[in-house]
Design a protein around this ligand. Structure first.
Ligand code: HPA
Ligand SMILES: [Zn+2]
Length: 326
């Protein structure tokens, strides 16, 4: 069966860097990688937790230096995404992970948008760009990053919050989220991946997010679940990521079915597909096989992905029609 048409709403573009491209860019830019071969690098993809993954994720970014590198990275993702039925992608990027290495934010944004602007024609995929702040950096650094992005805000749909969660609650970023909202941007934040339900509450009530990224730990708080259901706040769940980062022990233990049964607006996404063993459709088939989700449940997940997106109503309706006809 061909993959269902779907939107991908939780995707870090830096997390799509495949070993093959990492080595090609290392060569092109004269960057030395601490791995002799692609297989040696792949063997390092065994993580104990989020921080363990982040250490490798940030280290490999050293190969990304020029506008062309960012365009090549995005094009490689879009080609894979299209094969997986992705019709619309809302893509995170981490400017501070690049500016800290001396790469200008304009280089990052121009490179990415070059690929994204061509994506409807080249791949039949529409996109949005979401600028994330690294929560383990200071609130001042997030603010400075936002100010440096002002010339490019017409290319950015939303701000997000990622990196090491525990000890860095959403409330730390209250001011920069207020600035983003004033500038007309949507707001999302990673919360409730490794962090407690209290962080999801803060994302909702202090940052005013339109979506919660991950959010799986909301299930520990009944009142929070009731709130998320009542307001139909979308949760961008990432099943294969949750297994690789040990948020759940096994995919068969994943709470996705309980989340659907609770009436939460859940979507399924790949997070960092190069590192976590699968792109969008790979996550769909993995949850189908491990959790016994039937075709109706998979269609609900695909429907939810368009409902939870930041698409304009006309395009959303067109994608939902395409899904119904598939
Ligand atoms: O899953 C994630 N969680 C937090 N930060 C991240 N940055 C890339 N992927 C992730
Ligand atoms: Zn993520």
């Amino acid at each position: 069966m061909p993959p269902l048409p779907k939107a991908e709403l939780h995707l870090h573009i830096e997390g799509t860097l495949e070993p093959e491209l990492a080595f090609a860019l290392a060569e092109r830019n004269g960057v030395e990688l601490p791995y002799a071969t692609q297989d040696e690098l792949r063997a390092a993809y065994s993580f104990t937790d989020l921080q363990d993954f982040l250490n490798l994720y940030y280290a490999l970014m050293a190969v990304l230096r020029t506008e062309d590198d960012f365009a090549d990275l995005a094009n490689a993702y879009l080609a894979r995404a299209r094969e997986q039925g992705v019709r619309h992608a809302e893509i995170f990027f981490d400017p501070q992970a690049h500016t800290a290495r001396g790469v200008d934010i304009g280089t990052v944004i121009r490179g990415l948008t070059r690929a994204l602007d061509a994506a409807p024609r080249a791949y039949g995929i529409t996109t949005r760009l979401i600028m994330c702040f690294l929560r383990d950096e200071s609130a001042e650094s997030a603010r400075a990053t936002f100010e440096s992005a002002r010339p490019y805000l017409d290319r950015i749909t939303a701000v997000g919050l990622d990196s090491a969660e525990v000890g860095h609650p959403p409330s730390k970023f209250r001011e920069v989220y207020a600035l983003a909202r004033e500038a007309g941007l949507k707001c999302v934040a990673h919360a409730g991946e490794e962090g407690p339900p209290a962080y999801v509450w803060e994302a909702l009530d202090i940052l005013g997010v339109d979506r919660v990224d991950h959010g799986v730990r909301c299930l520990e708080d009944e009142t929070l679940v009731a709130r998320l259901v009542a307001d139909q706040v979308p949760l961008t769940v990432c099943p294969l990521s949750n297994v690789r980062l040990r948020v759940v022990d096994r995919l068969a233990d994943h709470p996705l079915p309980a989340m659907l049964d609770a009436g939460l607006l859940v979507t399924v996404n790949s997070d960092d597909p190069s590192y976590f063993g699968g792109y969008a459709e790979d996550n769909f088939t993995a949850v189908r096989d491990a959790l016994g989700l039937d075709q109706a449940a998979l269609r609900t997940l695909a429907r939810n992905s368009f409902r939870a997106s930041f698409l304009d109503e006309e395009t959303r309706a067109a994608y939902l029609k395409e899904l119904d006809a598939s």
